[in-house]
Design a protein around this ligand. Structure first.
Ligand code: DNO
Ligand code: MN
Length: 360
């Protein structure tokens, strides 16, 4: 397991690279060019600038999250051709600087969705929270305004220019079914996977978060059966999964340990975090420890250890603790604690098996 930490870029993240370097067992950043709109080709000078910053801090840039997919590709519009070409050019450039994994998602309009970015927990920390009833009956436009008013920083997938186009986007998705989305995903994969493979890159789709339909929009990366179908669309190692235990874990029917065993070598990237589920469909992003939430994090790390996982991992989101002022879900403290917990588990399993704490 190769541990990484998401970093949003200079001036766009509260955590300095040198702090990331000080987290034990953490060798690289998970990065993106957040100011390049979805669909545009990434400029090489910006990629090189980021690489120089990471090099100076002694961190690798093997994992990109995300190269966002333009809505026209998800919608299957004729204009997708140009956006797919741009995507291919971006893959080639990332291959040239040594990137190994590109995480992306195929969710219509929204990326991860929460109703409260700072829900207070019993211990005074705050965390990302999803209140099911507010989404089930919500006016999406009002909700977006409210979320924006609560956050000082923009979130991935929620860039201001996208929000302006929200009305048009909702119209465009009228009549788009899950079947259409599968077809458009298959079309996209058949185009880009050969390019990724030729450039030494493994594509890794992120599950939908939450893993069910919201606002009547179709969502397909939600469960084991659908991931099985996804992997067959293009049956090649370069067509892989970012297995996110927190996103999938919001649905109690998802057996993540079983997915790790089934999909094993098609998982180049793991997001390992916990959620505490409530019976009414609500969930909160609790600490990484199994006992603090509803997802068996210890069992998940054991499953990765059992399959000899050598891919990349990150702690994904964390709570906001010790009064840290940070991007929602992306503070230093709780994610660093998460990493130490994950390594603690891993080293324990390693010790039990081989009598030493060596990494895979
Ligand atoms: C949620 C996060 C996501 C992820 C994107 C990838 O669990 O990991 O926001 O970054 O969906 O495209
Ligand atoms: Mn995730």
């Amino acid at each position: 397991m190769k541990m990484t930490f998401r970093w949003f870029g200079e001036g766009n993240d509260t955590v300095p690279l040198r702090y990331i370097k000080q987290i034990p067992g953490t060798d690289g950043i998970v990065w993106s060019l957040h100011d390049v709109p979805a669909g545009e080709e990434w400029p090489m000078d910006k990629i090189m600038e980021l690489k120089a910053q990471a090099d100076a801090a002694g961190l690798h840039i093997d994992v990109v999250e995300s190269v966002n997919v333009h809505e026209d590709i998800k919608l299957g519009l004729p204009s997708r051709e140009q956006y797919i070409e741009n995507y291919k050019r971006t893959i080639e450039k990332l291959g040239q600087v040594g990137v190994k994994v590109i995480c992306y998602n195929f969710m219509p309009i929204f990326d991860w969705l929460r109703t409260d970015l700072h829900k207070e927990m019993e211990d005074g920390s705050t965390a990302l929270f999803y209140e099911h009833s507010r989404i089930a009956d919500a006016d999406p436009f009002a909700l977006v305004e409210q979320i924006n008013a609560n956050s000082a920083l923009t979130m991935p997938g929620w860039e201001p220019e996208r929000l302006q186009h929200l009305t048009k986007l909702f119209e465009a998705y009228q009549g788009v079914t899950e079947e259409h989305l599968w077809d458009n995903l298959a079309y996209f994969l058949k185009e880009i996977i050969p390019v990724a493979a030729a450039n030494g890159i493994r594509m890794a789709i992120h599950p939908d978060d939450p893993p069910w339909s919201i606002f009547g929009l179709p969502r397909i990366m939600t469960c084991q059966e659908n991931f099985r179908k996804f992997l067959k669309l293009v049956d090649h190692p370069a067509n892989g999964i970012t297995l996110c235990s927190g996103s999938l874990g919001a649905n109690p029917d998802n057996d993540i340990i079983s997915m790790i065993h089934e999909f094993g070598d098609r998982i180049p990237f793991a997001h390992i975090r916990n959620v505490r589920r409530y019976d009414n469909g609500d969930f909160i992003e609790s600490s990484h420890r199994t006992q603090d939430g509803s997802v068996d994090i210890a069992g998940i790390v054991k499953a990765y250890h059992d399959i000899g996982f050598t891919g990349y991992a990150r702690p994904d989101h964390g709570r906001h603790i010790w009064d840290e002022k940070c991007r929602p879900g992306y503070g230093l403290y709780d994610r660093a604690l998460g990493i130490m917990h994950l390594w603690g588990l891993w080293d324990g399993f390693e010790y039990a098996k081989n009598g030493k704490g060596a990494e895979a």
